[in-house]
Every structure is written in structure tokens, then in C-alpha cells.
Design a protein around this ligand. Structure first.
Ligand SMILES: [Zn+2]
Length: 285
């Protein structure tokens, strides 16, 4: 037996050495499987994540992004930024549930009939659409296959929808745009037994559930609400609380009920996003 092979023999048949080798193999296996099985990125926010982590996760393990969009305008007794607050909260609460990253909110939108109210901003639809289009192009260029736009403000919808369609045609990314409050109108009926409104019961509840500090209940007077009937136009609107139906949808300040409402909204929106992605996959798009 040569000197080398006798050394090898000694290592393999020495119980202490065999134990050490086995231990090293176990540790190495644990480290590799532990790393590959890492199920959560350090952050799901595009603001917070580092580019090296981003590269590891997008698009290999996360190819969906949530893009909240809103505006600044008067909202009854909640914050002027309610249209940003709710989509941001939804993106935060849904990111992990739908395995997505979340983009920072686009906070300036197309405000029209409420622009006379203090603190309201107004971006023209052309500029807004062009800007959102480039944001979506950037997201597609970063590797996201599914761009999910959570809209918090009605007049943003058309320019957003057009921009999303154009980006999809250009880049092949799949886009979904929805108004959170319209899509969940049935949840408002289920929880509150009524229709909602602009800063009505539904929007008020979403703010109350997610950021109760933004609800200035002491300023509330039901007289502030206005019902906008079909075929009626006023400019500016005489109120920032605009009910969808006469006599219903007034703000409610029960925090528990608001949480129940918001939880159901999250569930419904989660289902919309997951089902849409599933159907896109099924169709091979
Ligand atoms: Zn709003």
C-alpha cells in the first residue's frame, strides 16, 4: 500500500474523520437547499429592494407587479390622498398573496369636478396617460410579465386602460386595470346593505380600516353629502361626498365593520388577480 492510499484509508476508516465528513456534507446540503428554498425576497417593494436582490427574484421567481395609481382631491372627512392610500394599502396587503412586487404609487391623477376644493391637484389626461404609459413600459422592461394596475380614482380609468393596452401590444406584457371600488361594489352591499359613493361608506371604510388616523370624524356632517342623479351635471361638484344613490352610502365610522369590509375587498381582488393570471397562462398568452 502506498503512503497516499494508506492516508486515504486512514481517513475513510477513522470513525472520527468519517463523522466530520458526514457533518460537512449535511451542512453543505442544508445551506444549498436552505438558500434555494428561500420563499420570500427581502422586500416586495420596488422602493426598498436592492438591484442585486431584484435580479435574483425578477422575473425568475416573481413576474407580477402591482402598480397603485390615485390622485389628490377632496374626500369628505378622510384624507385628500384617499385615492392613493387605498390602492397602496391593497398593493401592500396583496403582494405576498399573489406573489408580486409592488411599485410606488403614481399620486397625481386626472381630477376634474372637484378641482375647486382646497388641496386638489389636476393633471391633464394626455400628460397623465403618457407618464403612466412610460412607467408601465419601464416595468415591462424590468422583466415583469403581469402588470396589475390598482386604480383609486375614476377619471384615471380611461387613460390608464388605453396606456395599458398600448404597452401590452408593444411589449407582450399582460396588463390588468381595475377600479377597486367598482369591482367590489357587491362587497359594499353585502357588508353595509347599501350602495357606496365617492368618500361614501365604501371609500371611508377602506381608509378607516387601513389608516384610521386619516379619518377626521369630528368634521363630519351628513348634510355635506350630495347625490349625483343620472343626467345631472354640476361643476364644481357641490360636495366631495358624492353618493351613488339617493339616501344611501353615507360614511359609517364603525372600525370593526370597516375591517370586515376591507378584508372582503382584499379577498375579492386577490381572486381577480390570480384568476386572470391563471386564464392568461391557460390561453398561452
Ligand atoms: Zn376617491
Amino acid at each position: 500500500m502506498s503512503r497516499k492510499s494508506s492516508q486515504a484509508h486512514e481517513i475513510l476508516y477513522n470513525p472520527a474523520m468519517r463523522y466530520r465528513i458526514l457533518l460537512a456534507i449535511v451542512v453543505a446540503l442544508f445551506l444549498t437547499t436552505g438558500l434555494s428554498a428561500q420563499s420570500e425576497p427581502p422586500f416586495r417593494s420596488l422602493n426598498a429592494i436592492n438591484w442585486m436582490d431584484f435580479k435574483q427574484w425578477v422575473p425568475a421567481r416573481i413576474d407580477t407587479v402591482l402598480l397603485p395609481v390615485g390622485t389628490l382631491e377632496a374626500h369628505g372627512v378622510v384624507n385628500n390622498g384617499a385615492d392613493n392610500t387605498v390602492p397602496e394599502a391593497l398593493a401592500r396587503d396583496l403582494a405576498q398573496r399573489v406573489n408580486a412586487m409592488r411599485a410606488p404609487v403614481i399620486p397625481y391623477g386626472v381630477t376634474t369636478s372637484l378641482s375647486a376644493f382646497p388641496g386638489t391637484f389636476r393633471i391633464s389626461p394626455t400628460v397623465f396617460k403618457a407618464y403612466c404609459r412610460e412607467v408601465m413600459a419601464g416595468l415591462a422592461g424590468s422583466g415583469f410579465k403581469n402588470i396589475i394596475v390598482i386604480n383609486g380614482h375614476g377619471p384615471n380609468f380611461q387613460p390608464l386602460q388605453e396606456a395599458a393596452a398600448e404597452i401590452s401590444e408593444q411589449t407582450g406584457a399582460r396588463t390588468l386595470v381595475f377600479n377597486w371600488w367598482s369591482y367590489t361594489a357587491d362587497v359594499t352591499k353585502e357588508v353595509y346593505g347599501s350602495d357606496g359613493g365617492h368618500s361614501g361608506v365604501n371609500e371611508n371604510a377602506a381608509v378607516l380600516a387601513t389608516t384610521p388616523q386619516y379619518v377626521r370624524r369630528q368634521l363630519y356632517d351628513a348634510e355635506q353629502a350630495w347625490w349625483r342623479a343620472e343626467g345631472v351635471a354640476a361643476y364644481p361638484y357641490p360636495s366631495s361626498i358624492i353618493l351613488y344613490k339617493e339616501g344611501e352610502g353615507y360614511p359609517d365610522f364603525d372600525e370593526q365593520k370597516a375591517k370586515l369590509f376591507y378584508g372582503k375587498v382584499v379577498e375579492k381582488v386577490e381572486k381577480l388577480i390570480l384568476t386572470t393570471i391563471e386564464k392568461w397562462d391557460l390561453a398561452g398568452l
